[in-house]
Write a new protein. Structure first.
Length: 768
């Protein structure tokens, strides 16, 4: 379900420059040389320095009688607000009243709405490292913290209510600007936020190569009080905190001992362990022998699940897939790695569809794995991601979209896959609590044929990696893994995320990864889909709000899954899901088809074809945009362009009229629906007429080019109609008589009983 997004009024400060004579070339000194009698013009510029409304200052800057150094002394501030302040550790910063004693914390009391953002901009980063904390004002319990090592810290209020904000000098001194009410600050690679989803106690660390002179990386970790759980020399390691030993070795305890007001504590042991983890990472980042240190972020499947063959898979004609199958249904030498919850290996629609090596399970946490086997192992079968049934079997759904077994003659069962002729490499990383970055990194490296914690590599590396998972938080270790996999020739495809936000979701937002947004049956951006500058391409993700085509099912993406809700084992079934998780495997499958006709296809080739617009249907504004990227993937165009690269020859013209959706259902309340008319083939196609056979039905051009291709709006008028069900037909006829016309059935109801929609209790907050 998409998140509600609040609207902020952006704060701006106005600065009108005062006297700037010294900066003007016409200004001179009063003492003009006597041998230069020519008059020299003088200029002056005056003005006013004014601060914007809602700007306040830290009350205890050079004022010992107005302290805000404890929660009880928290300075009240309005909302929205911009606060200018200063904090310092004793003995650092400029001279003044706080130089010797220190002014390490500033507290502010404020009333926040749910979803508001608090941003701390650090003015003098070289001199100071400042952190940001958020407390519940009623009991001063810690709500969240941002303890990164960059120039910006940012938090979001989880609920509406009264809070206390603390700006804390971790080291040194700095002026700062604290802003409440602005849009979310850009995500920082230095982000360390308590509420982010990461494994408590785990740290991913890469030591610099110079550390080898002092011993192995494992020994280096041990000297810091950290236990090595994975990794090895010359690559990222998975380390775990070892209680007091870690705190003492990293200097965390000595830095905070005797200062209970200066360091946050939590009665929640899990939250406290997460706090300790952030403190340890912060300390590691300040060491000269550490290349990077970061949380072991947990990624979650980006599906929006719901509940229950080829004629229901509307999403394949939407991307012109049937025409592409005339060229290729996939080559068995092409492998798509599905990095997910694992796959139901015995599902009848996936039998015989797996790569020879059989895949791997990289979930290193036994409790998260829930498979009864200690540590990582060579069994990627999905035991379910819920302890007591009702599991998603998300990886099976994704794998089914990529390459479910498909028959093109005779009687088939189940559903079709995008590239049924290719093979799937199932790699399990998501368990009952999602999946950690470290485990995902190992799976990516394995798929690309690179060294990893399994101790081996597949007989054949994957050609394509599908990642229908994601979450917030940038990881350098993960970026390095994706870069290495791409350099090995692997095309990496990831779901953009389902938060209906422009905030980056990883791995989709990493460099070198193809980020896929989701569209619905009407080629509109799905309501849950993320968008923004990182989006590369769009693909069908579905929307479980309507049955637009009237086939009796909501417009989700249908694929293979399991059902363990009955408590008697796992039944092999098929279900409709929606999400960018469903969009990504459409793209991964199309890339697999491209690879099937052009074995030397590279990641750069795919990027170039996307950016040129040659393998997409351009949606939205001309060219690339932040909703659809370069456009909706077109399977036929993609396969033909790959074949063109392989042969260097021209593709003969083969125009094909494509109209989507294939049918329209207005139900009893809808009055307007979109219709898309495109050339699903190559060459020239022009439309002669778009007609209908009912007085209550109107079809009008919306965004149509000179050839009659593009978007149409279909409108029904129920006035004067008696109660009942009405049907009609829209006919789209090409000018070329050799091309068949396409008909679209339409149905609507008049006088149907009103059924109120109900999605439970929701609260929408709007502030200006």
């Amino acid at each position: 379900m998409p998140h509600d997004r609040a609207i902020h009024q952006t704060l701006k400060s106005t600065l009108l420059v005062g006297t700037l004579c010294a900066l003007l070339s016409g200004c001179i000194d009063d003492d003009t040389p006597e041998d230069n009698p020519s008059p020299v013009p003088r200029f002056s510029l005056s003005g006013t320095v004014s601060s914007a409304a809602g700007s306040v200052v830290d009350s205890d800057v050079n004022d010992p009688y107005a302290p805000n150094d404890t929660p009880a002394q928290a300075q009240p501030i309005p909302n929205p607000v911009m606060v200018g302040g200063y904090v310092n550790v004793a003995g650092s910063g400029n001279g003044g009243r706080s130089f010797f004693s220190g002014d390490r914390s500033d507290y502010y009391r404020v009333s926040l709405a749910a979803g508001q953002t608090i941003t701390l901009n650090i003015a003098d980063f070289n001199a100071g490292d400042l952190d940001l904390f958020l407390y519940d004002a009623s009991d001063t319990s810690l709500v969240d913290s941002s303890e990164g090592t960059g120039t910006t810290e940012s938090l979001t209020s989880p609920l509406s209510g009264d809070y206390v904000i603390r700006v804390y000098a971790y080291a040194g001194s700095s002026n700062y600007a604290l802003v409440v009410g602005q849009d979310t600050a850009p995500a920082s690679a230095d982000r360390l936020v308590l509420s982010d989803d990461f494994v408590p106690g785990d740290i991913i660390v890469r030591f610099k190569d110079t550390a080898q002179a002092l011993g192995t990386d494992q020994a280096r970790a041990a000297s810091l009080g950290l236990r090595a759980r994975g990794g090895g020399n010359g690559r990222a390691m998975l380390l775990t905190l070892d209680g007091l030993k870690s705190r003492q070795a990293l200097g965390i305890a000595s830095a905070t001992a005797g200062q209970p007001a200066q360091r946050s504590r939590s009665a929640d042991p899990v939250k406290q362990l997460k706090l300790d983890t952030l403190q340890a990472i912060k300390a590691l980042r300040k060491r000269d022998d550490v290349l990077y240190a970061e949380p072991n972020y947990i990624r979650h499947a980006t599906r929006v699940p719901t509940d229950r063959y080829y004629d229901l898979q509307w999403h394949y004609p939407l991307i012109n897939l049937p025409a592409a199958w005339d060229i290729s249904t996939g080559d068995a030498n092409v492998i798509v790695a599905v990095i997910d919850t694992g796959v139901l290996l015995r599902h009848p629609d996936l039998a015989g569809q797996f790569s020879a090596d059989g895949g791997y399970d990289f979930i290193s946490d036994d409790l998260n794995a829930n498979d009864g086997q200690p540590g990582i192992d060579d069994d990627p079968n999905d035991p379910g991601d819920k302890d007591y049934g009702g599991s998603s079997f998300h990886g099976t759904h994704v794998a089914g979209t990529v390459a479910a077994a498909t028959r093109f003659s005779g009687t088939g069962t189940g559903v079709a896959g995008v590239a049924p002729g290719v093979k799937i490499m199932p790699l399990r990383v998501l368990g009952t609590r999602g999946g950690s970055d470290y485990d995902i990194i190992q799976a990516v490296r394995y798929a690309a044929g690179l060294s990893n914690d399994s101790g081996g590599v597949p007989a054949r590396k994957a050609d394509v990696i599908n990642l229908s998972l994601g979450g917030a938080g940038y990881s350098q270790a993960a970026q390095n893994a994706y870069t290495a996999a791409r350099n090995a020739g692997v095309v990496i495809v990831a779901a953009a995320g389902n938060e209906s936000t422009s905030n980056p979701s990883y791995p989709a937002a990493y460099e070198g990864v193809i980020s896929v947004s989701a569209v619905d049956i009407g080629k509109q951006l799905a309501p849950y889909s993320n968008y923004g500058t990182s989006i590369d391409v769009a693909a069908p993700g579905g929307s479980l709000n309507l049955d637009t085509n009237g086939d009796g099912y909501l417009d989700g993406v249908l694929s293979a899954v399991g059902d363990d809700s009955g408590g008697g084992g796992i039944d092999f079934v098929y279900k409709f899901y929606q999400g960018t998780s469903m969009a990504a495997p459409h793209m991964a499958g199309v890339v697999a088809l491209m690879k099937s006709v052009h074995g030397d296809l590279t990641p750069d080739d795919v990027d170039n074809l996307l950016s040129s617009g040659r393998i997409v249907e351009d949606l939205g504004p001309d060219g690339r945009d932040n909703q659809f990227g370069h456009g909706l993937i077109d399977a036929l165009k993609a396969v033909e362009e790959a074949r063109r690269l392989a042969t260097g020859g021209a593709i003969p013209d083969n125009p094909q009229l494509s109209v989507t959706p294939a049918s329209l259902n207005f139900g009893g309340s809808l009055t307007r629906l979109p219709l898309s008319v495109t050339n699903g083939g190559t060459g020239t196609l022009e439309i002669d007429t778009v007609s209908d056979d009912a007085d209550w039905l109107t079809v009008s051009a919306d965004s149509v080019n000179a050839a009659g291709l593009g978007g149409y709006q279909v409108v029904v008028d129920r006035s004067g109609l008696s109660a009942g069900t009405y049907t009609a037909t829209i006919t789209v006829t090409p000018t070329d008589p050799a091309l068949p016309a396409v008909t679209v059935p339409v149905i609507q109801q008049v006088g149907a009983p009103a059924i109120a929609s109900n999605a439970g209790f929701h609260y929408v907050l709007l502030w200006m």
